[in-house]
Structure formats: structure tokens, C-alpha cells
Design a protein around this ligand. Sequence first.
Ligand code: ZN
Length: 245
Amino acid sequence: MSNDFRDDAIVLHVKNWQTADKYAVCFTREHGKIRFIVYGGRYPKNVAGRLLQPFAQLSLEVIAGQRIDKLKSCELLEMPQTFDFKQMAYAAVVTELTAIFTEDHQPQPEVYELVKETLLLLKERNPRIVVLSFVLKLLDLVGLAPQVEACGVCGCIIGEEDAWFSPLRGGIICNDCHNEAGEEKFSVGTRRLLANLKSLDFKNPKPFTVKGGELMELEGILYKFILFQTDKPLNSINFLSQMGI
Ligand SMILES: [Zn+2]
């Protein structure tokens, strides 16, 4: 039985491999995350090697190998996005998080659609907001959404009052239970922003106002939550904070 397949894919990560080859990680429509070698991919005349750029949307034909799969052929599905520097920095957060929070060969077509729509919307809207919304939607799809309604200690439902967020407990903490260092302020406004961004319709995004303080609070909370989940800093998020964009 052959495990060879053809699928649509978004390129998450590409690196050079040995002297003449490339190694790529992609997220596909039907086969989830895949990784493969492109033999000869570093030669300038190798078409696949040229097409395999981060964020590209390709149709791939992959041959299953004993140790690692290899690319047989690929074609461009969409013309590559022309991102500016800032859009590219945010797009890198999208691809790095997708690679980290998904498993090999676990089909999640809704993750594929989300990544595809996010990369499109990054060009149209404020990339900082789009990526925050992406993060919330992705965490939800991979079963890691932070708990934001019931206190992680006593279980009470938190109403219209300011509260705290514990990356350690993965969710909201009420005022009565708040006592640990490392808990972040989690205001009513920030929770409302979280709900708005989580349900933002990427196909038909409606404009809404965002307060700078709430945006920063939500970013702080989510990026600390992610750091706690991954246990290592993400290159793309470090880069954003170093560039201050
Ligand atoms: Zn509590």
C-alpha cells in the first residue's frame, strides 16, 4: 500500500538540508502538518526549491519514505503574498504557532482554513489585531483555549468585575483567590476584547474599536500563556518584541 498523496499546503518553515537539499514543514488541507525533504531543492534551477517559501500556498505531491517523506512535485496555488516587513513579522508568528501547536498527519482542515484566511487578512487589516484573533482561534481549535469564565481555583463564574489571569493555571482567577505572583491583571474590557477577537469573522470582519491598554493587556496574557504551554520562547514573538512593532 502506498502512502503517497497529493494535497494543498501552506508552507510554515523551510531550511537548508545537507549540501543540496531543503527541508520543509507545511500545513495541508487534508493531512495536517507534514514535513519532507526536497532533494536538490537548493539548486537555483530547482522549481520546487524556489516555490517553497514561507507562507506560500502550493499543491504538493509527496512520496512516503521509510524515515522521512520526500517531495515529488509542487505547483503554485496562489501567487505569493507580498508582505511588508511588519506583516511578515506577524505572519511568522502565525506559521511558528501553527507548527508548534499541531501534530504531524492529524487532519485539521479548519486549522488550514484559519491559517489561509489569517495570511490574507494580514494584508488588509492591522496585523497586530489579526494575529491576536488568530492566536485565540488556533488555541481553541487545538484544545488549548484558556479558561476565561470560571475561576481556576474556586470555580465561581466571574461577572462584570476585574479579575486576574494565571498562566500557570491556564485561565482566569477571581479577586478572592488571587494571591500568586505571576498572575496578570485581566480587566472586564480585556475580556470583552478577547471575546470579540475570538469570534471575529475573518471572511467579513466588522470594524470595532480597540483600546491600546486592553490590547497590551491581552497580548501580555496570551503570550505568557503560550510561553507556559510551549516551555520555550518563540523566535517570532521575541522578534516582535525586539522590534517593538
Ligand atoms: Zn476564585
